[in-house]
Design a protein around this ligand. Structure first.
Ligand SMILES: Nc1ncnc2c1ncn2[C@@H]1O[C@H](COP(=O)(O)OP(=O)(O)OP(=O)(O)O)[C@@H](O)[C@H]1O
Ligand SMILES: [Mg+2]
Length: 235
């Protein structure tokens, strides 16, 4: 009998306001292990705010976020930082690489924060560098890379500590269509290979096509839409 898919993320009645403006209104949803979910919606509707809450960068006002069995609202700031370092990978539109560190050192950084020893760090960084096709650039600085290469470094950095959840905020938003497609292909391949759940904010239809589910945010609420992959798998 197939195992039931356990949700890696369970959000219950989440609300979040900034000053007098309610951004997220009573959201409830689950993200299942190993699935890729696209998050779409108009500018300013709260997509990044939601990602920040899921990644433990921001706190919710009311409601609950459970990641891998841990309720974020019950964690202290130190515990939240540790949860983020161990369980979450993040990719941004503008890469956010550390400019004074080499490609190798950027990818190694999350492992240093976790106190992983040098030999294992090297092995894991080299594995990811190989997977993103950038071994030949390991000594380069981020400024010496193209946008597509920078995002591939950011993907390696986001996955090197083997997180269970990858949060991607418009990862192809700053890339041309060829590099954007390469990055999407890589994200699909690696999330399958490492069995990672990915929530990806995107404005691109192509990005949504590599996802199993599409969630649309509107007026602080979330609606699920069926896309190509989900329809094919449900057949
Ligand atoms: N730290 C903050 N303090 C006050 N208001 C904020 C803060 N961060 C976001 N907001 C407001 O919350 C709303 C949602 O912002 P958010 O960045 O989540 O939108 P978004 O859906 O990611 O938009 P975009 O597609 O343009 O990136 C916006 O009105 C924004 O001005
Ligand atoms: Mg945003």
């Amino acid at each position: 009998m197939p195992l039931l898919q356990q949700p890696i993320v369970r959000v219950t009645n989440l609300s979040k306001s900034y000053r007098f403006q309610t951004i997220l209104k009573d959201l409830s949803f689950c993200l299942e292990t190993g699935k890729r979910i696209a998050l779409v919606g108009p500018s300013g509707c709260g997509k990044t705010t939601l990602l920040n809450c899921l990644g433990g960068v921001d706190r919710v006002d009311t409601g609950s976020i459970e990641i891998n069995g841990l309720k974020l609202e019950e964690l202290s700031s130190e515990e939240l930082t540790q949860m983020r370092r161990e369980s979450i990978g993040t990719i941004f539109q503008f890469f956010h690489l550390l400019p004074t560190l080499s490609v190798f050192e950027n990818i190694e950084f999350p492992l240093q924060l976790l106190g992983i020893k040098g030999a294992e760090r090297k092995e894991r960084v080299m594995e990811l560098l190989t997977r993103v096709g950038l071994v030949h650039q390991l000594k380069a600085l981020p400024t010496e890379l193209s946008g597509g290469e920078m995002q591939r470094v950011a993907i390696a950095r986001a996955l090197v500590h083997r997180p269970c959840l990858l949060l991607a905020d418009e990862p192809t938003g700053n890339l041309d269509s060829v590099n954007g497609s390469k990055v999407l292909e890589l994200l699909a391949e690696l999330s399958n290979e490492y069995h990672i759940t990915m929530l990806m904010v995107t404005h691109s239809h192509e990005a949504a096509r590599i996802c199993h589910q599409v969630f649309e945010m509107q007026d602080g609420m979330m609606i699920e839409k069926l896309n190509g992959i989900a329809q094919q798998e449900n057949r």
